[in-house]
Structures are given as structure tokens and as C-alpha cells.
Design a protein around this ligand. Structure first.
Ligand code: HEC
Length: 156
């Protein structure tokens, strides 16, 4: 009888522990998964946005930055592995909106001519930058329209 009670207590304790830990663990996992999903949504542009970005690149950027994004040395910078693009992505979006006379990369490199403003709205600016970020051997770390909405679009 005594050992039975002990066994029961042990089982009850074990079940209690299992329930508790599964609850805690489950809860934690859920938050983590939700966080990941959120990050993935904001980090992964949809196919339509990238298609729009490709269209814009071919229409507007290719003449200077070339089909492979390599640009032309000392005339148009390469968009492949550009430090400015990868690490100050929001400013790169601002440069596409407002041109390099208003938004400089700060690299100190003086190109023969500035980059003129290319697009006039956040959606297009983000689409084309995300296209560049997911091509030309870049790391694919993209940006969202929400992240750039506080960039002022200068009048032309
Ligand atoms: C008329 C030529 C021209 C066109 C068209 C053009 N760019 Fe540029 N781009 C430049 C020049 C010149 C610079 C360097 C500006 C500077 O830093 O003074 C530049 C710089 C950049 C940079 C920063 C790169 C770095 O490392 O400094 C990005 C990003 C960029 N352009 C993206 C684009 C995108 C995207 C498009 C098309 C929507 C585009 N450009 C169209 C000429 C052009």
C-alpha cells in the first residue's frame, strides 16, 4: 500500500511536470514561431513585388548599372556587394527616390555624374531595391515599404 501511494505520487508528479513543461515549452515555441513568421513576412518580398522590381530595373537602371549589376568602373558603381546598398538599405531606397545629389552614399567616391531620381513612390523604390538585393550575388536581405515610409520624397 505504501509503495503504491509512492508510485502514484511519482506518476502524478511526472505527469504534472510533463504537462507543465509541455505548456511552457509549447508557449515559448509558439511565440518563437510567430516571431519567425512575422520576420519572414517582412523579410520576404512576394513574387509580384520582385517581378515589378525586375521590370523597373530593366526599364530604368540597366543603362547605367548594366545587366549584371556590375556598373562601369569609376562611372557607375556596382550594385553587387555594394556596402551602401547592403548596410544602409533604407538610404539606398532614398537615393533611388531622390537621387544621389540629395542622398549620398558617403563613400567619398566622386562619379562623373550623379544618379538622378528614378521612381516617385515607396512601392516602386522598394521593389527595385529588393530585386537588386535578391540578385547580382547579393545576400537577399530585403526591406519593406513600411520601413521606408518616413523617407521624404523630394519634389522634382
Ligand atoms: C543615369 C545613370 C543611372 C541610373 C539610370 C541609375 N543609377 Fe544608380 N547610380 C548612378 C551613379 C552615378 C551612382 C553613384 C552616385 C554617387 O554616389 O555619387 C549610383 C548609385 C547607386 C546606388 C548606390 C551604390 C553605391 O555603392 O554607392 C544604388 C543602390 C543604385 N544606384 C541603384 C539604382 C537603381 C535601383 C536604379 C534604377 C531604379 C538606378 N540606380 C539607376 C547612376 C545611375
Amino acid at each position: 500500500m505504501k509503495s503504491r501511494t509512492l508510485l502514484f505520487a511519482a506518476i502524478a508528479g511526472f505527469v504534472g511536470l510533463a504537462v507543465m513543461s509541455s505548456c511552457g515549452g509549447g508557449g515559448q515555441q509558439k511565440t518563437e514561431t510567430a516571431g519567425q513568421t512575422e520576420a519572414q513576412i517582412s523579410a520576404t518580398p512576394d513574387a509580384a513585388q520582385l517581378a515589378r522590381g525586375e521590370q523597373l530595373y530593366k526599364e530604368k537602371c540597366i543603362a547605367c548599372h548594366q545587366a549584371n549589376g556590375q556598373g562601369i568602373p569609376n562611372v557607375f558603381p556596382s550594385l553587387s556587394g555594394s556596402d551602401f546598398l547592403l548596410n544602409q538599405t533604407k538610404l539606398a531606397v532614398a537615393q533611388v527616390l531622390n537621387g544621389s545629389e540629395k542622398v549620398s552614399s558617403g563613400s567619398g567616391i566622386k562619379y562623373p555624374a550623379p544618379m538622378p531620381p528614378q521612381v516617385d513612390n515607396y512601392e516602386d523604390a522598394v521593389a527595385v531595391i529588393n530585386y537588386v538585393l535578391t540578385n547580382f550575388e547579393n545576400n537577399g536581405k530585403t526591406i519593406t515599404v513600411d520601413e521606408v515610409k518616413d523617407v521624404a520624397i523630394e519634389p522634382r
